[in-house]
Design a protein around this ligand. Structure first.
Ligand code: 5GP
Ligand code: ZN
Length: 113
């Protein structure tokens, strides 16, 4: 999709530190990490958020979670990690291409701020 940051990263038009990829997903380090490991797993297909992805391509949503688990394994997050879909501006979604945050490598408090 034109003018979508994550579509541009998926297309290779904008560089990213890619850590994992599959036929349907791409995972790369967040440019502003909030934890020692902070990776974004995105579907190659453009959908604005996780719910839209679930409706349009449910297996892609499963692929995202599986890719996130592979990333957590690769990053040595066996003690635990957090998966987050910020959904909507009020929940701090800033990029409207579905993405799953993988956070870990430090104790993660609850509830989140
Ligand atoms: P959101 O706030 O929409 O849940 O998450 C968007 C994430 O994308 C943010 O954590 C932000 O730091 C990250 N981000 C924004 N621009 C870029 C970029 O150009 N490259 C990478 N790797 N991450 C980005
Ligand atoms: Zn997109």
């Amino acid at each position: 999709m034109a003018d979508c940051l994550f579509c541009s990263i998926v297309a290779g038009d904008i560089p990213a530190d890619v850590v994992h990829e599959t036929g349907t997903t791409l995972a790369f380090r967040d440019i502003e990490p909030q934890a020692p490991t902070h990776v974004l797993v995105v579907p190659r297909r453009h959908e604005p958020d996780a719910a839209s992805l679930a409706a349009a391509a449910p297996t892609d949503l499963v692929d995202l979670v599986e890719a996130a688990a592979s990333v957590a394994d690769q990053e040595g997050l066996g003690e635990g990690y957090r998966l987050v879909f910020n959904t909507g501006a009020a929940a701090h979604q800033t990029v409207f291409h579905a993405h799953l945050h993988v956070l870990g490598g430090r104790p993660l408090g609850w509830p989140p701020g």
